[in-house]
Design a protein around this ligand. Structure first.
Ligand code: TRP
Ligand code: SF4
Length: 405
């Protein structure tokens, strides 16, 4: 039987520990974490094995970066009382699920994931023709499925990985969750129960599947459990049937994007550490101001009197995110008519960024001063995560036929 709780409202997300977080992480993912932590059970982790896939020859700071990243999460407002914070490599169950999933994942599925070729092209100086790098999205699938998460807040570049996760889950459920002739066998099992009981069972099925009544699911399961004349196999079929199908061992997750899932960088390309075009969450106000002052603008505006076009200017991309409609109009008109200068135009962006990042460094300080506190938060989170991960693996091993008990 599938004894795990329905986990569709569970949230899982991770980030690679590649250094201090910047506005791309904040606007692209972290702001979603902050709201979701109060609405759902959340699991957030440092994907240190994923960092290895591209930095296997440069591992000196992965562990430090992991903890430093957790400091950024905490300073942003992630609350260890609401969300479970942990480190991937401390929950080795992810690796076992990754291995098991690798057995059923066609090579072509991995080769076709867009990030596979893109990253190899972007990082030409690196040798990314490794087994581990090809498996990057499958490891991510294991991260998600081991918690049976329903929602995965990510940036736009990760949506394809969640899509692959869905396909792998579907394939797993298809191969291991459903026996041949399942439907017929389940219906035959129903007929083995008394007429009245059959009717109650079917009522529970309907209440749960049509109206999502969890209580009906529990009552249905109890009813099946009470039946003396049913074999173990029949009971398992009826538990699965209650939920509306075969045994769904690994539920299919959904990606979730923030409104700003693609944060532009200071130079107009996507904000990314490797482009050196970021504003870090722990930059102080003076640094933020200097970075914006140095931003390139529409190259046509050589002199203050030359008119420009916001569509050709990275500063406008920041306005779109950080300022309101009336400022937008002021920029559009002032830029095109050379009524405003670029220095002037940047000021509202600087002001808004300062507001967005206000107090960040101060909130990080107590954690920077007490690394032991951060380690403890992570150690506690790892324990909670491991318990959950172990439960899923028990079911997964059972479904595959690898339970030696
Ligand atoms: N690949 C993600 C990134 O680069 C990080 C990640 C790893 C992740 N495992 C995950 C994100 C599971 C969401 C769910 O940002
Ligand atoms: Fe860019 Fe503003 Fe200068 Fe126009 S006025 S080029 S939008 S910074």
């Amino acid at each position: 039987m599938n004894t795990l709780p329905a986990a569709s409202n569970r949230v899982l997300s991770g980030m690679r520990p590649t250094g201090r977080l910047h506005l791309g992480h904040y606007n692209g993912v972290l702001k979603n974490w902050l709201t979701m932590q109060h609405e759902y059970p959340c699991f957030f982790f440092s994907a240190d094995w994923h960092a290895l896939t591209t930095h296997y020859d440069d591992t000196g700071s992965i562990a430090d970066h992991s903890l430093d990243m957790v400091v950024d999460w905490l300073a942003a407002g992630v609350e260890p009382g609401s969300a479970t914070l942990f480190v991937q490599s401390r929950v080795p169950e992810h690796a076992e699920l990754h291995l098991l999933l690798s057995m059923i994942t066609p090579l072509g599925w991995l080769e076709r994931v867009p990030t596979y070729k893109d990253m190899q092209e972007q990082l030409r100086e690196k040798d990314l023709a490794t087994y581990g790098f090809l498996g990057y999205p499958l490891l991510q699938a294991a991260d998600i499925l081991i918690y049976r998460a329903g929602l995965v807040p990510v940036g736009e570049d990760q949506v394809a990985h969640v899509e692959l996760t869905r396909e792998v889950a579907r394939r797993f459920n298809h191969i291991y969750g459903r026996e041949a002739g399942y439907e017929e066998k389940a219906e035959a099992a129903i007929k083995k129960m008394g007429k009245k009981i059959q009717r109650r069972y079917q009522d529970y099925c309907r209440l749960y599947q049509e109206q999502g009544e969890l209580e009906a699911l529990g009552l249905g399961q109890a009813l099946v459990q009470e039946q003396q004349n049913l074999s173990v196999g029949d009971k398992e079929r009826l538990y699965g049937y209650l939920e509306g199908g075969g045994v769904s061992i690994l539920p299919e997750p959904q990606a979730m994007l923030t409104e700003i899932s693609k944060m532009p960088g200071l130079d107009g390309r996507k904000m990314s550490k490797s482009y050196n075009n970021t504003i870090k969450l722990r930059d102080d106000p003076a640094q933020v101001e200097e970075k914006v002052r140095k931003m390139p603008t529409d190259p046509a505006r050589v002199r203050r009197t030359d008119p420009g076009d916001p569509a050709k200017c990275p500063v406008w991309e920041f306005h779109k995110i950080y300022t309101d409609e009336s400022v937008h109009q002021w920029v559009q008109e002032g830029c095109r008519s050379a009524g405003i200068g670029c220095v002037e135009c940047k000021q509202p962006v600087i002001d808004a960024l300062k507001v967005d990042l206000a107090g960040f460094a101060e909130r990080a300080a107590p954690y920077e001063d007490d690394p032991e506190l951060v380690r403890q938060i992570v150690a506690d989170g790892c324990e909670v995560a491991r318990d959950e991960a172990r439960e899923t693996l028990v079911e997964v091993r059972k479904a595959i036929g690898l339970s030696y008990r």
